[in-house]
Design a protein around this ligand. Sequence first.
Ligand code: WTA
Length: 651
Amino acid sequence: MSSESFENLSYEDRTFPPSDSFVKNANAKSDIYQEADADRLAFWEKQANRLHWDTKWSQVVDWQLPFAKWFIGGKLNASYNCLDRHVLEGRGDRVAFHFEGEPGDTQTITYKQLLSEVCKTTNALIELGIKQGDRVAIYMPMIPQAAIAMLACARLGAMHSVVFGGFSADSLLSRIQDADASLVITADGGYRKGSAFALKTAVDEALKGETNVKNVLVVKRTGQEVRWGEKDIWWHEIVDKQSDQHSPEFFDSENGLFILYTSGTTAKPKGIFHTTGGYLTQAAFTHHAVFDLKAESDVYWCTADIGWITGHSYVVYGPLINGATQVMYEGTPDTPTKGRIFELIEKYKVSVLYTAPTLIRTWMKWGDEYPNKSDLSSLRLLGSVGEPINPEAWMWYREVIGNNNCPIVDTWWQTETGAIMISPLPGVTATKPGSAMKPLPGISTQVVDDEGKAVGNGRGGYLVLNQPWPSMMRGIWKEPERYKETYWSRFNNLYFAGDGAKLDKDGAIWLLGRVDDVMNVSGHRISTTEVESALVSHEAVAEAAVVGANDEMTGQGIVAFVILRGGIAAASGEVLVKQLRDHVAKEIGPIAKPRQIMVVAELPKTRSGKIMRRLLRDVAENRAVGDSTTLADPNVMKLISEGLKSGKSED
Ligand code: WTA
């Protein structure tokens, strides 16, 4: 990113302090920053005491840069902390989930019921031979069994690897192989946009590849026809007959809890690896402080799918540890009407809503009539995550959804950080529309220049973290060198997050998007290289270059430039472009489908052969092409622009 684009952010001077009553009743008060600054480790120990530990830790942290261990010697069980504890302490009849399926079917699940379902599932996993340290792939729609499956793995000390249900069979296979999973938990399908989609068929397809998967456990959700093989077992046949009692073992604080794959700058996704004690501590603390959760009275709804880190930390672990009552919704926001989310807020009296800027912008486009049809007066706090939220969307969220009455917490974090790192505290911070404001207590960030030197207020640079934090990733699964290289080699002794950021004149942090070759499409991370290699795996394509172009709705849109192999007729243009888009969907998943594919004769390259994406981004964003003097062949950009006039394709 050029320094110019770091600097040209217009200054936003509106601020919104919390109301007096919010301040008075807030979980986190202003003195919490001083408390954490005075003794960071003591602060995190205090937060760790939110959890039930069977054995207390003997050392808070062991930091051998870049490898951290937290709460060393402590023993705990993640599932016990989410469930048993509430039941034992008399909260068993509290609702854990109000589940709403897309077709309108509902389930109310109390903590007591959730515990017995998790125990039964744990006993079923034991029958299938799953034990501590094993990896279990979970490929599910957004239904209660998805959370139940995760908690059953955690109860056994086995690691789950949740693969988002929108990923293709190929993506699923590579993740199963990389983690060497021995069990896949899935469903026949789920509901989306008014009809049933299939998941089991993708698992069948994936398992044609070489894996060590011994069983596939299948939830019957839609009743659609499925092929049945000898590894397949129906969830209801093995789970329902089990005892609903299971006494959990307590595992080491550093026992693996999960792997979650995310796109990096190469074609191979990274298996981000998290452990138990530190992760749960920060997930629980941030959920309590940032969402100001009052477990007895709030109804909390995080709209993220469990296939993403937000679903792990803020649907499953954080809220359940804190005893929250949540809404879980299976489907899309426009089914059957564009008011579905608002109807659910009214129906369940949701008080805390956590969602993504891409959805907020979509709602803005659909129009105020949809939110205005529902009574949203139960809302008292709003959250945002996944990409920078533009000030217009922030103001709309505040005015139309929050009725000017709800603090907004814009939360910055990553799969790698495990939990929220930068965010306002709703009862403390005077927020600015579009800014994530400052690091949470106990967290330390900096914005640095190319040399790794901290920049002053009013300046932009790279966002880095300069102290270890409890929920930090413990590495990339089986790739320690890649872990060091990706996050710890850009700057000395600093964690490089991959995001650009600016400090305004008051020191508030404004996130500016990725600075590496990772795109952010509707809050989903997709690597340019991954899409390029999917395109090149198609027989018609010789070479491909992919860029993320600004997109009003999705943040960034995927734009691909491809050179065809000799002998492929240019006349087959439109059909071919459709084939290529479908091919990418098949290789990676529909979320990676390019918005636009341009067939070109050449790609702009430097003399050393590096593709100059900056120039392609200019074309993709319909801008005058910038300085191209370092190109090996200065004519290329002219050729591309001319070629596009004839062969542009979009849908
Ligand atoms: C981006 C999602 C600006 C950022 C929790 C980060 C954000 C990547 C914000 C991580 C935010 C997330 N403002 N950008 N509030 N939250 N991002 O791993 O680029 O899916 O590096 O984790 O999303 O995406 P991930």
